[in-house]
Write a protein that binds this ligand. Sequence first.
Ligand code: TYM
Length: 329
Amino acid sequence: MKRMVSGIKPTGELTLGNYIGALRNFVKYQDDYELYVFIANLHCITVPIEPKELRKNLKDAIALYLACGLDPEKCTIFLQSDVYEHAQLGWIMTCMSYMGELGRMTQFKEKTSNATNESISTGLFVYPPLMAADILLYDADYVPVGEDQKQHVELTRDLAQRFNNRYSETFVVPEPLIAKVGARIMSLSDPSKKMSKSEESNKGCIYLLDDLKVARKKIMSAVTDMEGRVNYDKEKQPGVSNLLEIMSSLSGESIDSIVARYEGKGYGEFKKEVADVVCRELEKIQNRYNEILRGSLIKDTLKQGAEKAHHIAFRKLKKVQRKMGIDIF
Ligand code: TYM
């Protein structure tokens, strides 16, 4: 079985973008791949966050992993900070990376565009080498992610090759796995921007734990255009195309088929069906989430997951230390 690793950084509540671009795919892959999924809590602290809020987000994220259908019997689910090897290989990867390449990361540039060097955390700068470590520790063949993480996975590939060239073959060079539909879900209020948990107003972002009425309202007031026909054209009709991607990825119906069904019909009717599809999915997830919070599944899953992940990560890190000469015996 090929191996897969991926993570989510719950600095806020998980979004429909996280679900369509990542989580839902993890659930599909767990049957055919050896899958390791973690909560990237060390990545969460690259920006200031209240401990109480962070702890709640982490617990919610694990509950949502399980509620969305990840099965701890089929995949390994763990908290990044429970497997100490991530931080050590993260440091090693930091030492393998160059200021220039980290400075070119678009996410770093976006997140720091309005800040001065005095206020940017170095954690934000060395975020990608830690992400490389998350992946390389497990010799992952594939990394299922949304479009926005592609550049980070490409850096991971460069770092793996650099290490292999310098110290001999050690790491598997991973490939990003990006779905054709839904890899970049856009904001409902500004379809030129990614749907994101850090969005200023949350009108454009659907959270997996949104009240269903609120989620429906956000979709019904999604920004569209003056063209007046349901059509997939990301340039001219970004809002409608985004709604088509959301509906197609959740219902499994192709975009062409949805477009054909809506020929001659208006946006109101279309949005209503998108809202029905989204709310049906959210309702299923939320019912399961509430059941999970009441039981002990979260604790058991994390304990078992950390043990399994540690077993692999420990051996890999020892090998790396030996190759680099930072061990003695
Ligand atoms: P994060 O937490 O920003 O996002 C988690 C996953 O959700 C995807 N995603 C989206 N997909 C489609 N449309 C959107 N609007 C959308 N928003 C988010 C992301 O592409 C991602 O797959 N750095 C990572 C976490 C991480 C990681 C890793 C991922 C840390 N170590 C190792 C993979 C492997 C992050 O911040 O993702």
